[in-house]
Design a protein around this ligand. Structure first.
Ligand SMILES: *C/C=C(C)/C=C/C=C(C)/C=C/C1=C(C)CCCC1(C)C
Length: 243
């Protein structure tokens, strides 16, 4: 009981100039609000779309829980919550791959395609974690970051020009449009993360991105990508309702 109560106590007051802490706080609120929105709207759609909207809500909800902890971790330690960050990503990014599968399922997407993307996303994140938290000296971050980048480009290729793109083209209409918007999120929105990584680790790139606040960059990326992804899927469900 005491443990539970201590979880519910108010976090230490935030300094008014702690803008990193502020983005954790706002990020947490935004993820909570988005989750409520997706969960509450879910039942107004056809069965066909409910799982997709549910997954949108799960992505933002899992992030909200992690942001709750990360906000607290930052307030207490004034350090990047790298471990929580990657636990969040390793749960939510595979779910984003599931979203691609779900909207393309009617067009014939296979589980094989889904697992291929999930596998690549886990490789991207595990190698990124190695560079950010384990092999942090010498060429470590640059090498692991490059490996992570290769997995990222594989995912981008798969959705842009590979199997997933072909299925989307075959589906046409609102599904193809939604797919193309999600591809833009992967291309532009996900590219925010390597910038945060280069800002927060040491390497040949430190002169370019050094000094930028890594956590602010990651927090902006998360808000854009997690909520944005969910809204694209929501819009698709709305479009198919009126069509
Ligand atoms: C909701 C969280 C999302 C969409 C997180 C996405 C994370 C990435 C696309 C991270 C990519 C990275 C690279 C491409 C290279 C450097 C290491 C990473 C892990 C930051």
């Amino acid at each position: 009981m005491e443990k539970l109560l201590s979880l519910m106590t108010v976090a230490p007051a935030m300094a008014t100039d702690d803008y990193v802490g502020f983005t954790f706080f706002v990020g947490c609120m935004a993820m909570m609000a988005a989750s409520a929105f997706f969960f509450l709207s879910m039942n107004s759609f056809d069965n066909k779309w409910r799982t997709s909207i549910l997954v949108s809500g799960l992505i933002t909800f899992i992030a909200a829980v992690h942001y709750w902890y990360m906000r607290d971790y930052w307030a207490t330690n004034a350090e990047s919550p790298t471990f929580f960050r990657y636990v969040d990503w390793v749960l939510t990014v595979p779910l984003m791959c599931v979203e691609f599968y779900l909207i393309l399922k009617a067009a014939g997407a296979t589980k094989g395609l889904m697992w291929k993307m999930i596998f690549a996303s886990v490789i991207m994140l595990v190698t990124g974690y190695f560079g950010e938290a384990v092999y942090t000296t010498g060429a470590g971050p640059a090498v692991w970051g490059a490996l992570s980048g290769a997995a990222y480009f594989y995912i981008l290729y798969e959705v842009w020009a590979g199997g997933a793109a072909k299925l989307a083209a075959a589906a046409g209409g609102a599904v193809q449009q939604a797919h193309q918007t999600l591809v833009k999120f992967v291309f532009i929105g996900w590219a925010i993360y390597p910038i945060g990584y280069m800002a927060g680790t040491e390497g040949w790139y430190s002169g370019i991105f050094g000094g930028l606040p890594m956590d602010v960059i990651y927090n902006i990326g998360d808000a854009i990508n997690k909520i944005g992804f969910g809204l694209v899927v929501y819009n698709l469900a709305v479009a198919s309702k009126t069509a």
